[in-house]
Write a protein that binds this ligand. Structure first.
Ligand code: C5P
Length: 261
């Protein structure tokens, strides 16, 4: 059994509004990518046992250099190979490039595609505890080819029709179509886990889709669903929250302060 960790960190961070790639935005004085690497704990430790890390970074300097240097420093400290790849125009494209790098290494080392677990993680989830990654990897190794960590949702989620015909209009009212049963809903986090064999199949399928169909896939588990493959859900953690907006960054600062105290 081998385990690889792919961290996608090539997003622009537009919604965060800092004017720099999101992975470089600081939380408690350190870039999000540094936290994403550290929060998983010692990557080589027996519980997690990562053999290889691939960082998928923004292609443009100076962000690329700064983030690559951060990865190299982590590699030195953790005693683990860290490979850097440039990101693509969308998250799936970035993940595909990371997975290609894992496949190259697997061939190089003679690792079997079926017994290689690939954890695909977002740099945008900087405080994810190691045990989330461990649960995901263990479930892959128990026989699931696709695994996601998730938490129950606390909001009531409604599907809306933005072009619905309300009899009376205020500015931008949308019309409710239906309400999804909350007990059945889960908010999905990362790292998501797959066998390398499955990911290679998933990306071959993605290549056959139209651009807009591919763009609608916000994670690799959706490709598994499209292919009729069972996706397993294990417990996520509130601390694995995703940083998208300035409010998320404030919440993460609070979590970090709590951890440090
Ligand atoms: O944009 P969003 O927050 O959904 O991105 C989720 C993750 O995917 C982030 O860690 C981001 O860096 C990464 N990403 C990427 N390449 C892109 C878009 C997003 O690596 N082109």
């Amino acid at each position: 059994q081998h385990r690889a960790l792919v961290i996608v960190a090539a997003g622009s961070g537009q919604r965060l509004g800092h004017g720099i790639p999101k992975a470089l935005v600081e939380l408690g004085g350190r870039p999000l990518l540094a936290h994403a690497l550290d929060s998983l704990g010692p990557l080589r430790a027996p519980g997690l046992g990562i053999d290889l890390v691939v960082l998928v970074l923004p292609g443009l300097p100076p962000a690329r250099e700064r983030l690559a240097a951060l990865g190299a420093e982590h590699a030195r400290r953790a005693g683990i190979p860290v490979i850097v790849r440039d990101g693509g125009p969308s998250r799936p494209a970035s993940v595909a490039r990371g997975v290609d790098a894992v496949a190259e290494q697997a061939r190089h080392h003679g690792w079997d595609e079926r017994s290689l677990t690939v954890l695909v993680h977002d740099a945008a989830r900087p405080l994810t505890p190691a045990d989330v990654a461990e649960r995901v990897a263990r479930q892959v190794e128990a026989g699931s080819v696709a695994v996601v960590p998730a938490v129950p949702v606390t909001d009531t989620i409604k599907r809306v029709d933005p072009a619905g015909r309300l009899g009376h209009h205020s500015e931008q009212a949308e019309q409710v179509r239906d309400t999804l049963p909350r007990a059945e809903l889960r908010a999905v986090q990362t790292p998501q886990g797959f066998t390398l064999e499955f990911l290679l199949r998933a990306f071959a399928h993605l290549g056959e889709l139209k651009a807009e169909e591919a763009e609608a896939l916000t994670d690799e588990a959706m490709v598994a669903e499209a292919l009729g493959v069972d996706v397993a859900v294990v417990s996520g953690d509130a601390r694995a929250l995703k940083i998208t907006t300035p409010a998320d960054l404030l919440a993460a600062e609070a979590l970090l302060a709590e951890r440090g105290s």
